[in-house]
Ligand binder design. Structure first.
Ligand SMILES: [Zn+2]
Length: 220
């Protein structure tokens, strides 16, 4: 793809990672896209854990922390960050929260509780853990946990658990005017969506800046 004197080439792409070559794109712009991918592209993770029962050997804090690090397939077209939602409710609404329950109890044998054991309130939700095989906690015979989980939209700059993946920028061996952006997704979003979303955010920032400057002119 080419626009003006800028050329963008897709070098590699699969569901997990993507390599794009920028030619003639200013370093500051390419770097802004890279940083926005890491810090501002929204994703979904467990923001809040309500512990109803926990007789496991793991403390409430550690248990909640482990759960918060599980990436969820993120529907950022449907869900908004709680601070941007119109409901203004602490509990949230169908636009800003996805609720899950995690209930497990070991009988005579110890068990391991996995991400697949989390049950969504809405069985049809598309916001699901990226893998069902993430171990959460081991329960010894007789031990029990019961938790309510609140999955919400957030950003890497708020907490690293929402960081959608990694993004690195390096100079092409062919030419100093060519740079390669490598993006790897943790599974929340497709790599392509991560890049497009970062560009959308950059665009919005520039247009906000334009409004501010126009207002300055009017008041000058
Ligand atoms: Zn809401």
């Amino acid at each position: 793809m080419s626009g003006g004197n800028m050329v963008v080439r897709l070098l590699e792409s699969n569901g997990k990672s993507m390599k794009i070559e920028f030619e003639g794109v200013p370093l500051a712009v390419a770097n802004a896209i890279r940083r926005l991918i890491i810090s501002e592209v929204p994703t979904m993770a467990v923001e809040e854990v309500l512990i109803i029962e926990n007789s496991s050997g793991m403390t409430n804090e550690v248990l909640a922390h482990r759960i918060s690090l599980i990436p969820f397939v993120s529907d950022i077209d449907r869900y908004v960050p709680p601070e941007e939602c119109t409901c203004g409710s602490k509990l949230g609404c169908e636009k800003c929260v996805v609720r899950y329950v995690l209930k497990a109890e070991a009988g005579d044998q110890p068990i391991t509780v996995y991400s697949r054991d989390m049950v969504p309130e809405d069985p049809n939700t598309t916001v699901i853990p990226v893998s069902g095989n993430i171990p959460i906690v081991k329960l010894a015979p007789g031990e029990k946990i019961e938790l309510e989980l609140y999955v919400r939209v957030g950003k890497g700059k708020k907490h690293a658990k929402w960081q959608p993946g990694i993004a690195t920028l390096y100079e092409s061996k062919e030419s100093a005017d060519k740079r390669i952006l490598f993006v790897e997704s943790f599974g929340f979003l497709e790599p392509k969506r991560m890049v497009l979303e970062a560009i959308k955010i950059l665009n919005k920032k520039v247009s906000n800046l334009m409004h501010v400057i126009r207002e300055c002119e009017q008041h000058a």
